[in-house]
Design a protein. Structure first.
Length: 330
């Protein structure tokens, strides 16, 4: 599909054929199994001031927490006990944990449980990424958020677009399976920009693409502006599946936040991953990148069961393998 066709499909108000094709491509290239990745949000301390994000540095209304590496290990053990074969460790971007500390933690989790480990903790140096990979982390998530540099600078006033793209190359070079993605419905974002985002995802040859609707947060400068719609989010998802084929695409929490059936609909138009939140319940309320995140009061075991039921409700099965990249061997 070329850029014009992508734009046309992003704008269509009759997406039935697009959705059908995305579901067909998903079945053919990734099959019926849905991978569950247990998400541990281990710290909301953040040094960045991204204007869309509820845990931005300037948001002094947020109580900050930092789980100890012992607590993170215990949360991982609990998730493994629930049956997860794959864990995602996510935090704000900060120097709160030394590379040595993270290396030791990753080694411990890997040795004890042998599960796949995905990190999502922002921009680091090549040397740091290499050490984390060496320690046994398998995957890294770092969204580029938008491929429009002008929009990027407005949204992330203390970040540099080229640095972020550089980080994505380093992650690949040191041997990670790499995930990136965007937010849909950002203020000032056009369908043309989303088409370019999709083409960049293809160029980066990503193993995983994570994205969701932008949801305005009342405690940020973007309070009161419009957010992303489920319709545009699903059309974007379908197009990513068709253009990228054998890539892992989660039905994200943000999709489930703007519509109670959002994640289910996503599974029906190309998604093949769910990321249940297994953060200890007492920390969840403090990790709100956007308002009304579902499951804040749920125990991790409930979240797991809720999502397992969701998978079955769309006629799919829960994967029993760690769900490594479909493009290159782990
Ligand atoms: N709405 C939707 N997604 C958001 N993120 C951060 N803030 C918001 C928001 N207000 C997303 C960003 C980030 C990911 C961890 O969460 O894309 O990369």
């Amino acid at each position: 599909m070329n850029r014009d066709e992508i734009i046309e499909n992003l704008m269509t108000d009759r997406p039935a054929a697009l959705f059908g094709e995305a579901d067909r491509v998903r079945r053919l290239h990734v099959g019926n199994a849905v991978h569950l990745r247990g998400l541990i949000e281990f710290s909301n301390v953040c040094g960045r001031d991204c204007i869309y994000c509820g845990i931005r540095r300037s948001n002094h209304g947020v109580a900050r927490y930092k789980m100890s590496t012992g607590e993170i290990f215990d949360a991982a053990a609990y998730a493994v006990g629930l049956g997860f074969k794959s864990l995602v460790l996510q935090s704000g971007e900060s120097g709160q944990y030394s590379t040595d500390e993270m290396v030791a933690l990753i080694g411990r989790i890997k040795q004890a449980f042998g599960v796949a480990i995905t990190l999502s903790m922002g921009e680091k140096t090549r040397v740091e990424y290499a050490a984390l990979r060496q320690a046994g982390a398998d995957r890294y998530l770092l969204r580029f958020e938008t491929s429009c540099e002008k929009l990027f600078i407005k949204l992330k006033p203390d970040s540099v677009y080229a640095d972020r793209i550089q980080c994505l190359s380093w992650l690949r070079e040191v041997g990670f399976q790499v995930g990136s993605g965007i937010m849909v419905g950002l203020p000032g974002q056009t369908e043309e920009m989303i088409a370019d985002d999709i083409l960049l995802m293809r160029e980066l040859d990503l193993d995983m693409v994570g994205f969701g609707p932008f949801i305005p947060d009342p405690n940020t400068p973007l309070k009161g502006v419009g957010g992303g719609s489920l319709g545009l989010t699903l059309r974007t998802l379908a197009l990513i599946r068709i253009v990228m084929r054998n890539v892992h695409i989660p039905a994200t929490t943000a999709m489930g936040t703007i519509d109670p059936n959002g994640r289910q609909r996503a599974l029906e138009v190309g998604a093949n991953v769910l990321m249940p939140n297994v953060t200890p319940t007492r920390y969840r309320e403090m990790y709100q990148l956007y308002p009304n995140k579902p499951g804040l009061k749920q125990a991790p075991s409930d979240t797991f069961e809720t999502l397992r039921a969701l998978v079955h409700s769309v006629g799919r099965t829960v994967a029993t393998d760690p769900g490594h990249s479909l493009k290159r061997s782990a």
